[in-house]
Design a protein around this ligand. Structure first.
Ligand code: TYD
Length: 205
């Protein structure tokens, strides 16, 4: 029987967590594994509200933190936990680490401990992969008229620093995505395949 694994791909805006989550899901499916791909903000009503709030800089950071935590609580209970119990490997494009980093960078009053506490009912991932890129590079590729509230160079520099510091402290796998997509994806795949091997999860050659 397939054992499960909860994988999170997280990181700074523009580093490619959505793209690499999809590519990884496709690769693992071809290896014969049951994969469930999901993302945050989730597809719940709270998730939809959060997507609107990303365009609105009048929303207080504390409201963002509370709503992201509520969205995650539902997402974990109603989807992730269920899929893991059904034997799927779950890949989430963003998770608790996004809240810890973005919301604590939004306001000095928001501490990492408080964000962790708000999120304490959401199950921990088995594997966290942090994608890193220089925000000057990623923002240059975006349409400047269409930026969300977090897509600001100095804010993202702060976000980037905290992602790296925490990733080192927590032992997360950090990967720079300032390279050819296929090469970055291959490194992610090798890392995940090793973890699957360690867990005794069989994959097709
Ligand atoms: P995402 O849709 O991944 O951004 P994009 O597709 O534009 O790269 O994520 C939306 C934004 O929400 C992103 O700037 C990070 C932010 N975010 C938080 O601030 N806290 C959270 O808990 C999550 C999940 C995302």
């Amino acid at each position: 029987m397939q054992q499960t694994l909860f994988i999170v791909i997280d990181g700074i805006d523009g580093a490619g967590s959505t793209l690499h989550s999809k590519l990884l899901a496709g690769f693992l499916s071809l290896k014969g594994l049951k994969i469930h791909l999901t993302q945050e903000p989730s597809n719940s009503e709270i998730g939809k509200l959060l997507r609107n709030f990303l365009k609105d800089d009048k929303i207080p950071p504390s409201t963002d933190a509370l709503l992201f935590a509520a969205d995650r609580d539902l997402h974990y209970r109603n989807e992730i936990k269920m899929k893991l119990e059904e034997g799927y490997i779950v890949i989430s494009d963003r998770y608790i680490e996004s809240s810890i980093i973005y919301q604590s960078c939004q306001s000095e009053k928001i501490t990492i401990e408080w964000v962790k506490n708000l999120n304490k009912f959401a199950g921990k991932p088995d594997l966290t992969i942090i994608l890193d890129i220089d925000p000057k590079m990623s923002l240059a590729r975006k349409n400047q008229k269409d930026l969300e509230k977090f897509e600001d160079i100095s804010f993202l520099e702060q976000v980037r620093k905290l992602y790296i510091t925490r990733a080192k402290e927590e032992g997360y796998f950090i990967i720079n995505t300032d390279d050819i997509i296929e090469l970055v994806q291959e490194k992610i795949q090798q890392f995940v395949l090793n973890k699957l091997k360690v867990k005794g999860i069989q994959v097709k050659e």
